[in-house]
Design a protein around this ligand. Structure first.
Ligand SMILES: [Mg+2]
Length: 236
């Protein structure tokens, strides 16, 4: 099978799993800045997860204000800055990510990002060293639809303008993302990661997975380029 493109998940795939302990610590500090109990801000953040990742909030300040309606603009700004710093620190490439993206691009593959994320992620993503490798980005918060719904994958497929059968989908299995990708005809690859410090530790796509699997991102390169190697042998 000749793969001409790869679609990547973000958290747990290109960067570490969304870090639960660091998130709760940042939310507690932000809540203190707002003058509300930590559980109040954390409660809104978790209760409104689906709204946050599907465009229900235009910016972080909107749900911070919902948690602390009496906060001053300066308090809200400080809390937003703390949560933004948390996410910036979470968007650091995992070991091997840049090398993998470099190798895939060198092999001629075109790359797309498909991520379930809140409204602060797209702006921070563009500041990471990963962004330049990707032709297409599909952020759930901007599209108003999240994995595993077909529309978010279709946005990436349309942007790459490649047949789904020629696309890999690489992810750590949150949100039924692998079965969602397979349903559209992409070839899913599970990246196995340590799930001890994230929120969704029980994942159906991980527990029952029988498809392609890699222990680290560099393992994607031979999968993506295997047929090219066969072709090289055939003509040599
Ligand atoms: Mg993930």
């Amino acid at each position: 099978m000749a793969y001409r493109g790869a679609v990547f998940d973000l958290f747990g795939t290109l960067v570490p799993p969304f870090p639960a302990r660091e998130h709760e610590a940042a939310a507690a500090e932000a809540a203190a800045m707002l003058g509300v109990p930590a559980a109040t801000l954390s409660g809104v953040i978790h209760a409104k997860y689906l709204d946050r990742i599907t465009g229900g909030y235009r910016e972080v300040g909107d749900y911070v204000t919902e948690a602390a309606p009496g906060a001053t603009p300066d308090q809200v700004a400080a809390a937003v800055a703390r949560m933004t710093e948390f996410l910036r620190a979470a968007l650091v490439p995992v070991p091997g990510a840049i090398e993998t993206l470099t190798a895939l691009r060198a092999a001629g593959l075109r790359l797309a990002l498909v991520t379930n994320c809140g409204p602060d992620a797209p702006g921070l993503w563009t500041q990471t060293p990963m962004a330049e490798f990707f032709e297409v980005t599909a952020f759930s918060c901007e599209l108003g639809t999240a994995k595993p719904a077909p529309a978010i994958y279709q946005h990436a497929i349309d942007g790459l303008d490649l047949p789904p059968a020629e696309l890999l989908y690489v992810g750590d299995g949150s949100d039924h993302e692998l079965t969602g990708a397979a349903a559209l005809g992409l070839t899913p690859v599970l990246v196995t990661v340590d799930l001890s410090n994230t929120f969704d530790t029980e994942r159906a796509d991980v527990a029952t997975w029988t498809g392609l699997r890699v222990d680290g991102l560099p393992g994607v390169v031979p999968i993506a380029t295997a047929s090219q190697g066969v072709l090289d042998l055939a003509v040599s």
